[in-house]
Design a binder for this molecule. Structure first.
Ligand SMILES: NC(=O)c1ccc[n+]([C@@H]2O[C@H](COP(=O)([O-])OP(=O)(O)OC[C@H]3O[C@@H](n4cnc5c(N)ncnc54)[C@H](O)[C@@H]3O)[C@@H](O)[C@H]2O)c1
Ligand SMILES: C[N+](C)(C)CCCC=O
Length: 508
């Protein structure tokens, strides 16, 4: 069984399912990996593909959090003084290293998360693209010059916030760390990042890469832990901002804790997004879109279009083809190139998803395919958390499977008749992360996009994520944005400097 000098760059090399044990320290501050102290509180981390213990997650306590934040603050004081172009140079180097180590990082992501290697490679590509994008923006950050009467003037300075905290979910571990750190660092901030306790392995590699690229020690730090560690981060007085990715209930707590210190917050939360397929669509693309909207990362995707509304006239051929292709999805060893769906994140999560399917049946839904535990033939995968992808028919808007986020490979299909009706039904949710529409009618496409209450609307595609495009929620799916130019606003603040060229008024 391989032990890991594998992780530390540049030594790491190819791994295979069921063969890795991670022994190295998973925290990172002051420019080095740090072993957690509270070993009595350690929790096992499982490899989803096999159900084996991959490593122990040792949660950071108060002293460790304080150390990481103080290191981040010292690094911030140096980093903020660099010109944008100097920061850009270092970020570009980090992007280059990630690009060159992409396959190895993707393998570790697969081992820890369970998603297919094909998808993990795309995730790592999106991560370096994001860092490259914000490297490009760093030198352009600038204020405004404002002319005032009598030759006086003012100017604005775009300044960093200070130490930012990132808290991540387990579905895109490396990518989330990149989406948060890239704009934060480009703006001159430092970051302390806490991954999900279920996926502690790859964020620390990002920390090593930033160090190798030349950021000051302490600029990007990783602390492991669960709710208690997250709460210490949100309450720490030296933290200026918290960017959170996770569920709505935890997001509310993060907002509440951050409010006590008047810290800025970005919340990237859950969803139950609608995908609307009109009868005039190009059916082949709509079918592909529905599969992309539901089955990436075993359905554990925040913006998935899990409420699939199909216009009644085409629902029969649509369902026939979707079911045929869903049954053909290759579920199994996520590190094999031919696999298209890997393992869910954990046994409890798989049971939760199965519970949603059981409830859907009780409430009258018809399972057209999948929805059962899947046991691959390879003996080493027997303990893994596999589920056959599921398509549900006979769904109604009031069913639990249609109202609540399942976060698993479960597609609910419902017929509709008119545009007005489907818009009303699509918007009848407290979530508002994403949405999608398939139609060949250009006016209808833009009208529907305008009327859907969601942070993203995909027209004739689904779940693409170019880093140039802002991503984030409406309603209870959160606020603030990641990616795109606008995210600069969420990691910086404006100072107005007012310059008097004449005399001061004499009122007194
Ligand atoms: N909108 C997005 O960009 C996006 C992306 C990925 C996932 N998600 C959402 O994330 C959820 C799944 O992820 P999850 O199960 O890891 O979510 P979660 O809310 O359970 O945990 C998210 C993170 O918050 C931490 N946390 C838990 N309690 C905390 C507390 N009291 N204080 C501070 N931090 C705390 C966790 O340790 C973890 O790091 C889904 O709802 C999904 O839709 C959203
Ligand atoms: C990269 N995707 C597919 C757009 C997912 C973004 C993060 C949501 O869970």
């Amino acid at each position: 069984m391989a032990q890991t000098p594998l992780l530390s760059l540049p030594e790491f090399h190819s791994v295979s399912t069921g063969s890795l044990i991670v022994k190295e320290a998973l925290n990172f501050w002051g420019g080095a990996r740090v072993q957690g102290k509270n070993t009595q509180n350690s929790e096992p981390v499982y490899e989803p593909a096999t159900g084996r213990v991959l490593c122990d997650m040792i949660p950071c306590g108060e002293e460790e959090i304080d150390q990481a934040i103080k290191d981040a603050h010292s690094a911030y004081l140096k980093w903020r003084k660099l010109a944008g172009i100097e920061r850009a140079r270092i970020l570009l180097e980090a992007a280059r290293i990630i690009r060159e180590s992409r396959d190895q990082i993707a393998e570790l992501e697969v081992i820890n998360n369970g998603k297919s290697i094909t998808e993990a490679k795309v995730d790592i590509d999106v991560a370096w693209q994001c860092i490259e994008y914000y490297a490009g923006i760093a030198p352009t950050l600038a204020g405004q010059h404002i002319q005032l009467p009598g030759g006086s003037f003012a100017y604005t300075r775009r300044e960093p916030l200070g130490v930012c905290v990132g808290i991540g979910a387990w579905n895109y571990p490396f990518q989330i760390a990149a989406w948060k750190s890239a704009p934060a660092l480009a703006c001159g901030n430092a970051m302390v990042f806490k991954p999900s306790p279920m996926t502690p392995v790859t964020a620390v590699i990002l920390a090593e890469i930033y160090k190798k690229a030349g950021v000051p020690d302490g600029l990007f730090n990783v602390v492991q832990g669960a709710a208690e560690t997250g709460s210490l981060l949100c309450h720490h007085p030296m933290v200026a901002k918290v960017s959170f990715t996770g569920s709505v209930p935890t997001g509310k707590k993060v907002m509440e804790m951050s409010a006590k210190g008047v810290k800025q917050v970005t919340l990237e939360l859950g969803g139950k997004s609608p995908l609307i397929i009109f009868k005039d669509c190009e059916l082949e693309n709509a079918i592909r879109g529905a599969l992309m909207a539901n089955f990436l990362t075993q359905g554990e995707v925040c913006c998935n279009g899990t409420r699939v509304f199909v216009q009644r006239e085409i629902i029969k051929p649509f369902i026939e083809e979707v079911v045929k292709r869903t049954k053909a999805i290759a579920v199994g060893d996520p590190l094999l190139d031919g696999t298209r769906m890997g393992a869910l994140i954990s046994k409890p999560h798989m049971e939760k998803v199965l519970g949603f399917i059981a409830k859907a049946k009780e409430q009258g839904a018809k399972v057209l395919c999948g929805g059962e535990p899947f046991v691959p033939s390879d003996p080493k995968l027997k303990g893994g958390y596999y589920l056959s992808p599921c398509v549900l028919d006979n769904c109604r808007d009031d069913m639990t499977c249609v109202k609540e986020e399942i976060f698993g490979p479960v597609m609910s299909i419902m017929p509709f008749d008119t545009e007005e009706e489907v818009l009303q039904r699509a918007n009848n949710t407290t979530f508002g992360l994403a949405s999608g529409v398939f139609t060949r009618d250009i006016s209808r496409a833009h009208r529907v996009a305008e009327n859907l209450q969601a942070g993203t609307c995909f027209i004739n595609n689904y779940n693409v994520s170019p880093v140039e495009v802002p991503f984030g929620g409406y309603k209870m799916s959160g606020f603030g944005r990641e990616n795109g130019m606008v995210t600069i606003e969420y990691y910086s603040q404006l100072k107005s400097v007012v310059v008097e060229m004449g005399d001061v008024d004499n009122y007194f």
